[in-house]
Design a protein around this ligand. Structure first.
Ligand code: NAG
Ligand code: NAG
Ligand code: NAG
Ligand code: NAG
Length: 503
């Protein structure tokens, strides 16, 4: 028999110490998760705050985009759930539900309306109030510094993410956040989903700032889909690393917080059992997840991106490479869906999309624009397993996971409850199998303006009556279930006949 390294044994013992004896998954409670595991819910600034033109806030690229009528239902975040005015009520609601933590983002154009220099005192006051209110009720603030809402002025002045000047302005903005709020905020996310913002904004141009080139997107005023997504992502990566260096050098010792980055975690699965499709799915995972994970862990973009994108992929020389490598205390993932990938035989004459290099995504009957997507909890297990095997099993936070349905005043959303139960069960089983997950946030705490769907689809545990000027909140049955689970109740308190939540 070969010698067995003592390492797996040590890991197994640590796991047993951290997690209590295995239980029948349906009878799980939060106490079966590791000590200190955090359960919360989230939103983001543009999506939830409203008060778009109040108290000195200036437009972000999302205000411009929605005001030009480009959101999927023509709506805007001008008022949305109006959390800017209703934050006290919302924190009480979080407390009533028993959330450990609230994930939200700071609006750059509210805190620093011109993108740099002058701080808006009203913006500073708002975030101080929100954070203080959360702390008062014992709810941890988990704060994202940049969640898509770039000040429009920086887009106009130098092309936003396309210019290296973005890195400097972003770092100065992050500095204001650490300095002003870091005494109370112990969990920082530098950037939300830097692996999709460049695709929506610069590849097919369906999202702000609407840049693309033929044939990768239509209807754009300018852009180059073959080069700009890589440049925008590169600047987001360097901006992230710059903020982490700053935090570690100037703030971490005194403030004692953790800092990381949150990626979109689509899971790419082969559409068939052919080796070509398996390879195509792996390439897609490298282009989607590896785009950031590889530099963060190994200091350069994935080899498959280097070989396929060639000179269009920016170089990452020392010292940048050294600054990027290891620039995280944790990685956040927003996990929703499965993409089925089929290899494209490029000799067949089909146009290979630049991002989807020699691969096509095709989920039968799925259409992301209508929210008809393929989901299954096993994809979360695969994602976590992928991180464990390829990226050294970093501490992971599931920062978003949730279920969309059409708005209704009916508070019965049993499907949402069942969806969340299944993912929490999978998360538990992944942790037992060695995944380093530290927390889980439902998307979303409340109904909000959705970047992809406007108000056509809602994800909220709590509903918001968007037709009512008072923006009345109400608990859905999923919020009542989550509340019971947070209080120590069983994951599936009442066994029901299984009803599929796949639409
Ligand atoms: C961009 O991609 C989305 C998702 O596939 C699609 O619905 C949309 O029509 C595309 N937009 C453009 C401008 O090509
Ligand atoms: C995009 O940039 C590349 C590299 O500079 C260039 O070869 C290509 O022609 C450009 N495409 C468009 C549509 O401008
Ligand atoms: C791949 O093969 C397995 C085992 O034969 C089968 O269960 C599965 O459905 C196949 N998957 C696809 C996508 O064809
Ligand atoms: C558990 O972890 C091992 C080692 O990483 C892996 O081979 C196995 O597939 C995992 N099992 C599940 C159910 O994820």
């Amino acid at each position: 028999m070969p010698m067995v390294s003592p390492f797996p044994v040590a890991v197994a013992i640590m796991l047993l110490a951290a997690v209590s004896a295995p239980r029948h998954a349906s009878a799980l409670t939060r106490h079966d998760f590791p000590e200190g595991f955090v359960l919360g819910a989230g939103t983001s600034a543009y999506q939830v705050e409203g008060a778009a033109a109040e108290d000195g806030r200036k437009p972000s690229i999302w205000d411009t985009f929605t005001h030009q009528g480009h959101s999927s239902d023509g709506s805007t975040g001008d008022v949305s759930a109006d959390q800017y005015h209703l934050y006290k009520e919302d924190v009480k609601l979080m407390h009533k539900m028993g959330l450990d933590a609230y994930r939200f983002s700071i609006s750059w154009p509210r805190l620093i309306p011109d993108g740099r220099r002058q701080i808006n005192p009203k913006g500073l006051e708002y975030y101080n109030n929100l954070i203080d209110e959360l702390i008062l009720y014992g709810i941890q603030p988990h704060v994202t510094i940049y969640h898509f809402d770039l000040p429009q002025v920086l887009q106009d002045e130098y092309g936003g993410l396309l210019s290296p000047r973005f890195i400097e302005d972003y770092t100065a903005y992050a500095n204001v956040c650490f300095k002003s709020f870091g005494d109370r905020v112990k969990h920082w996310v530098t950037v939300n989903e830097p692996n999709i913002e460049p695709i929506g904004g610069y590849d097919n141009g369906s999202q702000p700032p609407r840049r693309c080139s033929y044939p990768f997107g239509a209807d754009c005023a300018g852009g180059n889909s073959s080069t700009e997504p890589y440049i925008a992502a590169h600047h987001l990566l360097l901006a992230h690393a710059s903020a982490v260096s700053l935090y570690r050098e100037k703030y971490k010792a005194a403030q004692g917080g953790q800092i990381g980055i949150t990626l979109l975690g689509w899971w790419h699965e082969p559409a068939s059992n052919t080796t070509q499709d398996a390879a195509a799915a792996m390439r897609m995972n490298d282009f989607h997840i590896g785009w950031f994970m590889h530099p963060l862990v190994y200091g350069d973009y994935p080899p498959v991106m280097r070989s396929r994108v060639g000179g269009r992929l920016p170089a990452l020389p020392a010292p940048e490479s050294g600054k990027v490598r290891g620039s995280f205390d944790f990685i956040g993932f927003n996990h929703y869906l499965i993409m089925r990938v089929r290899s494209i035989d490029t000799s067949s004459g089909q146009e290979p999309r630049d991002y989807y290099v020699d691969a096509a995504v095709q989920n039968p009957a799925a259409d992301i624009t209508t929210g008809k997507v393929e989901t299954a909890p096993w994809s979360l297990r695969k994602l976590l397993e992928h991180l464990k095997l390829n990226y050294g099993n970093p501490p992971v936070w599931i920062h978003e996971n949730g279920y969309a349905d059409a708005p209704s005043k009916d508070d019965d959303d049993e499907d949402r409850t069942e969806f969340l139960q299944d993912y929490l069960e999978t998360l538990y089983l992944s942790i037992r199998n060695g995944s380093n997950a530290r927390g889980y946030f439902v998307w979303s705490f409340l109904d909000v303006f959705e970047f992809l769907f406007g108000y056509r689809l809602r994800f909220g545990l709590c509903g918001v009556d968007m037709g009512d000027a008072a923006r009345t909140r109400y608990l859905r049955s999923s919020a009542r279930w989550y509340s019971g689970f947070l209080a120590g109740g069983e994951l599936r308190p009442a066994a029901r006949p299984h009803k599929s939540y796949v639409r």
